[in-house]
Design a protein around this ligand. Structure first.
Ligand code: BEZ
Length: 237
């Protein structure tokens, strides 16, 4: 690697403001994250157009676009390919590829061209141990205020789990809407975790009079949260 010319760009972290950029996409120019003010965004990268894992992912994501939109979440993709490659690949997906019963799939969300790797580098999507020319499969969950709330990275060979991506989005929105945390493998309708007791008095009270809570111990109490309530809070926006 040419270390003299290698500019150090810190990886964005959870809680950071999403790095800003302007880019050309398959849906026109975007000014990120300003154009998405007030919305959740999943910004994700893929290694290359016209590759099998990426094709399976794009068909799946495009098929789920409405489900994400209903949760106030826009999708934005990126790879280190040019605009005409993107256009040709998305046309091929629509015209020729049927995958797991999904066919005639139109990718309507923007796909960023990033030949210069300007955006990919800003977001730590180029991980040279994996590839210095292709982005890894990164997923950034960005909230309506432009703050990065969760990040998942997958290697080139592993296709993403889209149920998990949706679960992460709904989990973040549930935490915000109800002031709770969500336990292992949480799904809407499962019990949620109430904030830990912040004083000896509250800890004692919780253990003596749990009310509608279930306390495994003073620091670990859960309560019911109906799926309908969760989905109503999330889908109303
Ligand atoms: C794929 O999407 O199939 C792929 C892309 C780059 C490296 C390996 C697999």
């Amino acid at each position: 690697m040419d270390t003299e010319n290698t500019q150090f760009i810190p990886m964005p972290r959870i809680g950071d403001k999403a790095p800003e950029f302007k880019a050309v996409t398959t849906q026109g120019e975007i000014n990120f994250p300003v154009d998405y003010d007030g919305k959740w965004v999943i910004l994700f990268s893929h290694p290359a157009d016209f590759t099998p894992v990426c094709t399976s992912e794009f068909i799946t994501f495009a098929s789920l676009e409405k489900k994400f939109a209903d949760a106030n979440c826009n999708l934005v993709g990126l790879s280190v390919d040019g605009l005409y490659s993107h256009i040709a690949w998305l046309r091929t997906i629509k015209e020729k590829i049927e995958y797991k019963g999904m066919k005639d799939v139109e990718v309507k969300f923007p796909l960023i061209e990033d030949i210069t790797m300007n955006v990919a580098k800003k977001y730590g999507m180029i991980q040279p141990g994996e590839s210095s020319t292709k982005a890894v499969r990164a997923v950034f969950f960005i909230d309506p205020k432009g703050i990065i709330r969760a990040i998942i990275y997958y290697p080139l060979s592993l296709g993403r789990n889209f149920d998990e991506l949706y679960r992460v989005l709904i989990g973040l929105q549930t935490a915000d809407a109800f002031g709770v945390a969500t336990p292992a493998d949480w799904q809407p309708g499962d019990d949620v975790i109430v904030p830990t007791a912040g004083s000896c008095g509250v800890a004692k009270e919780r253990m003596e009079n749990k009310g509608d809570m279930h306390c495994y111990d003073w620091f670990f109490c859960t309560k019911k949260l109906d799926k309908e309530k969760v989905m109503k809070a999330i889908l109303k926006k």
